[in-house]
Design a protein around this ligand. Structure first.
Ligand SMILES: [Zn+2]
Length: 261
């Protein structure tokens, strides 16, 4: 499921292939994924305009095109592809931006996520809802401030896009594992030392996962093993525990992550 590092990878991908490219037409192959315009309306707004410098906020990709901005969310299975014009379509290509030198394709096996158009900041915020600061740009003071006001569990807080944007189930589990913190810990109970360790773990996890364009599957990552049967902790070898926390299937080490305070 695309989280901050994946969407940052998609941002680089658009920057590499589409900046400066002129849109000649937009083909909506699945209307369900085009969320706030008709296919004709989207085509009219974008035809003849060029892709500008893409940005990312949390799990949202914001791609300016002329005066407007295309907003993309990748749901659970979304991705982007750049293909030669007129080449064979993939069965999951949903919306195709036909440009002067290739096609940018929004591809998604399932129907979570989608493509929106925003004419201005107000419309953008209407689509994305209020978003907290991006987890990549979050400084220590702001992180402390956000957690200090927060009630409830720490995993829920890390994944709450209104509080801080970009982290999902995998990233929050990685951060908590690095910080050796039980995902069921309450924000209000965390000692200052633990909050500092949590912030350090967040910074390191985000920094190391961005070049990979996804949560890495390396030897020091839970993501590499969490889906295996009988998965064990990469640090201590204890069998990992999996249970619902904050509405998601969390994975943690019952030995390393005993700390609740
Ligand atoms: Zn462990």
């Amino acid at each position: 499921m695309p989280e901050l590092p994946d969407v940052e990878g998609f941002r680089r991908f658009v920057a590499e292939h589409a900046i400066g490219r002129r849109i000649e037409s937009v083909e909506t192959l699945d209307r369900r994924l085009l969320r706030n315009r008709s296919p004709q309306g989207l085509g009219r707004s974008l035809r003849g305009a060029r892709f500008g410098e893409p940005r990312r906020h949390g799990k949202w990709l914001l791609a300016p095109v002329g005066e407007a901005c295309v907003l993309m969310h990748f749901g659970m299975t979304g991705l982007l592809a750049w293909e030669v014009r007129g080449s064979e379509r993939h069965p999951h290509d949903r919306i195709v931006f036909v440009c002067d030198r290739g096609e940018l394709r929004y591809r998604n096996m399932r129907t979570f996520g989608g493509v929106w158009l925003a004419r201005d900041e107000a419309e953008r915020e209407l689509v994305t809802g209020p978003l907290g600061p991006d987890a990549q740009d979050l400084d220590r003071d702001r992180f402390e401030e956000l957690l200090a006001r927060r009630r409830g569990g720490i995993k829920a807080a890390l994944m709450d896009q209104r509080l801080m944007a970009g982290l999902g189930n995998l990233m929050s589990d990685e951060i908590l594992w690095r910080a050796r913190l039980d995902p069921r810990a309450r924000c209000a109970d965390l000692r200052p030392r633990r909050r500092r360790a949590l912030y350090d773990a967040l910074r390191a996890s985000v920094r190391e996962s961005i070049p990979a364009g996804r949560v890495p599957h390396g030897p020091r990552w839970l993501t590499a093993v969490r889906d295996e049967r009988g998965a064990t902790c990469p640090r201590c070898g204890t069998k990992l525990r999996k249970d619902n926390v904050a509405g998601r299937k969390a994975c943690w080490c019952p030995r390393c992550q005993r700390a609740r305070r």
